[in-house]
Design a protein around this ligand. Structure first.
Ligand SMILES: C[C@](O)(CO)[C@H](O)COP(=O)(O)OP(=O)(O)OC[C@H]1O[C@@H](n2ccc(N)nc2=O)[C@H](O)[C@@H]1O
Ligand SMILES: Nc1ncnc2c1ncn2[C@@H]1O[C@H](COP(=O)(O)OP(=O)(O)OP(=O)(O)O)[C@@H](O)[C@H]1O
Length: 288
């Protein structure tokens, strides 16, 4: 039985430059992995099927599951006949803006590359991942990166300075497609990606906090006022900066001093069921 860790990502910045002819949006995002992870177990089985088991009932186990799609893609591309059972121990909240499904798909690609001794490099796995979803290539590498294109062009960058990340997810699921559809590009406030890259390069925690920005945040907040409330609460409880991740609805707060974490965590727990206090994974890449 093979094990792969599938960590969640957060978007320190998320900018949209323009809408492309293929319907996707050209983005520029600084992403990093955090220590909240699904566990993916993979084993070969008789019968040539792809079987998905999930610890969470409402996650699909058919070909709608991104891990299924990853296994199917790698099997057809490399003419593999052997069956495989993939067990997803879900820890990352679903439809949360934390790339849970994408990370499971990326972990499946890494795991099957090992199981079937395909000898594929990270870049090739990322290329395959791009056929499954825009966030999958980043999840293949993990660590910290600047993602451009529709999210699939990955450039490794310096890890953020050490800090705590508090994640809070309101009880609602957000469809990424509908948030992009509601984005009005004539009135967006673009984040300063250059300042963020500089802050990471120089290990400037305050500079990092000043440079967070996500153009999708106001779109999701307009549709779901709970997200605004959660952000305001997290600021009130003392986070250094707070922002929504991806298309939401999870918001994350950055906290430099560990002593401040319990107050924020406990304060949020009072009215939000899903709250996590985790570390960033920084430079720890997932591909070896
Ligand atoms: C919002 C982010 O999570 C930020 O990390 C990602 O950009 C979304 O990545 P994802 O969930 O892997 O998204 P995909 O499954 O590729 O796309 C879902 C839908 O989002 C929209 N979409 C996604 C990425 C992108 N660059 N432009 C888009 O317009 C498209 O309508 C697409 O049909
Ligand atoms: N392995 C999986 N884990 C969770 N959800 C999955 C998985 N495969 C497919 N899905 C479906 O995908 C939808 C989005 O789930 P996911 O948790 O990946 O969203 P997300 O965190 O918002 O992703 P992103 O940040 O990449 O937009 C869910 O509604 C679920 O039905």
């Amino acid at each position: 039985m093979l094990y792969e860790k599938a960590p969640a990502k957060i978007n320190l910045t998320l900018d949209v430059l323009h809408k492309r002819l293929d319907g996707f949006h050209e983005v520029e995002m600084v992403m990093t992995t955090v220590d909240l992870a699904d566990r993916v177990w993979i084993r070969a089985i008789e019968g040539g099927q792809i079987k998905i088991k999930s610890s969470v009932q409402f996650v699909p186990t058919d070909r709608k599951n991104l891990a299924y799609q990853a296994a199917d893609l790698i099997r057809t591309t490399y003419g593999i006949k052997q069956g495989v059972e993939i067990t997803l121990e879900k820890r990352i909240p679903v439809a949360a803006g934390l790339a849970g499904g994408s990370s499971d798909a990326a972990a499946t690609l890494r795991g099957l590359n090992k199981l079937w001794k395909l000898g594929l490099g990270a870049d090739r796995l990322a290329e395959l991942g791009a056929q499954i979803g825009s966030d999958v290539p980043f999840c293949v590498y993990g660590g910290t990166a600047l993602a451009t294109g529709r999210g699939e062009v990955i450039q490794k960058i310096s890890a953020p300075p050490n800090c705590w990340v508090i994640l809070a997810k309101p009880v609602l699921s957000v469809s990424t497609g509908s948030i992009f559809k509601n984005l009005d590009l004539t009135s967006v406030q673009h984040p300063n990606t250059k300042d963020m890259l500089e802050a990471l390069k120089t290990g400037d925690y305050k500079g990092m906090c000043r440079s967070v920005g996500n153009v999708l945040e106001p779109v999701t907040m307009d549709l779901y006022p709970e997200v605004t409330v959660l952000k305001e609460q997290m600021i009130k409880f003392g986070a250094d900066t707070v922002q929504m991740s991806g298309s939401g609805p999870t918001v994350f707060g950055l906290v430099e001093h560990e002593s401040r974490v319990p107050r924020i965590y406990n304060g949020l727990k009072g009215f939000c069921r899903e709250v996590y206090a985790v570390r960033m994974l920084g430079e720890r890449h997932l591909f070896d």
